[in-house]
Design a protein around this ligand. Structure first.
Ligand SMILES: [Fe+2]
Ligand SMILES: [Fe+2]
Length: 137
């Protein structure tokens, strides 16, 4: 069974790669692809990652903080679907900033701590839940 943290990190790398590809090509088709990947990633984290994270790490105000970050990205995605031309590029750049910052924070403050505190079995359970959440989407 795959390690759940590796699956989340692989998604993050995919998203970063697509943003870089967009910078190089300005291929508008990539905007839709990035949005699809981010939406699926959002679903997977809400369904599988975060419930386990708040149980193992303790919540504090972290869950609220992460809920706000995800909800800002969803709002930005909704905005993107209402604009075209240069405003679309600006809106997409703003989404990139939100996503890049959030992924860096998540890797630093959540995934690294989870990898220290969770045992192999818990990370495999997380992996299975992520795959199940992915296949529902
Ligand atoms: Fe996240
Ligand atoms: Fe993430």
């Amino acid at each position: 069974m795959p390690n759940g943290i590796d699956l989340i990190l692989a998604d993050h790398q995919t998203v970063r790669g697509m943003f870089d590809q967009f910078d190089a090509s300005h291929d508008a088709g990539l905007i839709r692809q990035v949005i699809d990947v981010l939406k699926a990633h959002d679903d997977v984290e809400q369904a599988a990652l975060y419930p386990m994270v708040w149980t193992i790490l303790g919540d504090g105000n972290l869950s609220q903080r992460y809920e706000i970050a995800h909800s800002r990205m969803r709002t930005q995605i909704d905005l993107i679907s209402t604009v075209t031309g240069p405003p679309l590029i600006d809106a997409f750049r703003a989404l990139r900033e939100l996503a890049i910052d959030h992924m860096a924070e998540e890797e630093r403050d959540v995934l690294s701590v989870l990898s220290e505190r969770a045992n192999t079995q818990q990370l495999e359970v997380l992996g299975a839940r992520i795959l199940r959440a992915n296949s529902r989407g």
